[in-house]
Design a protein around this ligand. Structure first.
Ligand code: ATP
Ligand code: TZE
Ligand code: MG
Length: 240
C-alpha cells in the first residue's frame, strides 16, 4: 500500500486506501477509478473488494499470488466475474488464472515464469473475460484477446522491490481514470506500464545501488517525468 500510494501521488493522482465494507459504498462512487489488489487477502476484506468492484466505476484487478491457494483463486475468479476493465499480473498469476488451477511450483507473490510464457493464456483470458490483460515482466504484454502490445521499458531490479507490480497496477487505474473510450483501455494500460518502466530506468540511472534506493529514485523519477522524456523514451510496439 505504501509503494502503490506513493507512486500514485508522485504521478499526480490522488490515492485513498479503503478497506472497510461500511465505507466502500460511500467512498467508491466518488472515485474516478478503482484498483482492487488481493495481496493481503482476508475473509473480511473480500466483501469490500467485491463491493468496490461493483460500484460502477472503471476498475483494475491485481490478482496477487492467484495460484498460491484455493481461497485466492476463488476470490480472483469471483472478482473477474465482476468485469474489470484491466487485469495486471505477473506471468505466473496470469497462467494460474487462465487455467483456473493452482500453480504447480509454489511461487508466492513472485513470478516463476517469463511474461512471454503467459502470452497465449493472456489472450485466452482476455477473450473469456472481456478484460484487457497485462502480463508484466522484462517485456510487459497487453492484450484484448486479439491485438498484442509489448512494452519494453523497465529494469530487472524492479523485481527486487516488493509491490512494484502493485504500483504498476495502481498506475493503470490512475490512467484509466482519464480514459474516454472503452477502445482506449489497451493503449492506456500500455502507456501506464511504459511510464512506470521508464521511471524505473531513470531511477536506476539516478544512482540507485539496489532495491531500497531504486524505490526512492523511481518515485522521484515518476514525480519529475516530463512530456519530452516520455515521448522520446517509451518503448511500445504492436505485436500482432
Ligand atoms: N526483467 C525485467 N526487466 C525489466 N522490467 C521488469 C522486469 N521484471 C519486471 N519488470 C517490471 O517491474 C514491474 C513489476 O512487475 P513484476 O512482474 O515484478 O510484478 P509482480 O510480480 O506483480 O510484483 P509485486 O507482486 O512484487 O508487486 C513492472 O513494471 C515490470 O515491467
Ligand atoms: C509480498 C506480498 N505479499 C502479499 S502482497 C505482497 C506484495 C507483492 O505482491
Ligand atoms: Mg504482484
Amino acid at each position: 500500500m505504501d509503494v502503490a500510494a506513493n507512486a500514485l501521488l508522485a504521478a499526480g493522482a490522488s490515492p485513498a486506501m479503503v478497506h472497510s465494507l461500511r465505507e466502500v459504498p460511500e467512498f467508491t462512487p466518488r472515485c474516478d477509478a478503482v484498483c482492487v489488489n488481493v495481496g493481503t487477502l482476508s475473509e473480511g476484506w473480500l466483501p469490500s473488494m467485491r463491493a468496490a468492484a461493483s460500484a460502477g466505476r472503471p476498475w483494475v484487478l491485481d490478482p496477487v499470488a492467484a495460484g498460491a491457494s484455493e481461497f485466492r483463486m476463488e476470490a480472483c475468479l469471483s472478482l473477474l466475474a465482476l468485469r474489470p476493465a484491466v487485469v495486471r499480473g505477473n506471468a505466473s498469476e496470469i497462467l494460474a488464472l487462465a487455467s483456473r488451477s493452482l500453480a504447480a511450483a509454489a511461487s508466492g507473490a513472485d513470478s516463476t515464469h517469463d511474461s512471454g510464457d503467459a502470452l497465449q493464456d493472456a489472450k485466452a483470458l482476455a477473450r473469456s473475460t472481456g478484460a484487457v490483460i497485462a502480463v508484466s515482466g522484462a517485456v510487459d504484454y497487453v492484450t484484448d484477446g486479439e491485438r498484442v502490445v509489448g512494452v519494453s521499458n523497465g529494469v530487472a531490479m524492479m523485481q527486487k522491490i516488493t509491490a512494484t507490480g502493485c504500483a504498476a497496477t495502481a498506475l493503470i487505474a490512475a490512467f484509466l481514470a482519464v480514459v474516454e473510450e472503452p477502445s482506449d483501455v489497451m493503449a492506456v494500460a500500455a502507456c501506464a506500464l511504459a511510464v512506470f518502466g521508464l521511471a524505473g530506468e531513470i531511477g536506476m540511472e539516478s544512482g540507485a545501488k539496489g532495491p531500497a534506493s531504486l524505490r526512492m529514485h523511481l518515485i522521484d523519477a515518476l514525480y519529475c517525468l516530463d512530456e519530452q522524456t516520455v515521448t522520446s523514451r517509451v518503448k511500445i510496439s504492436l505485436h500482432s
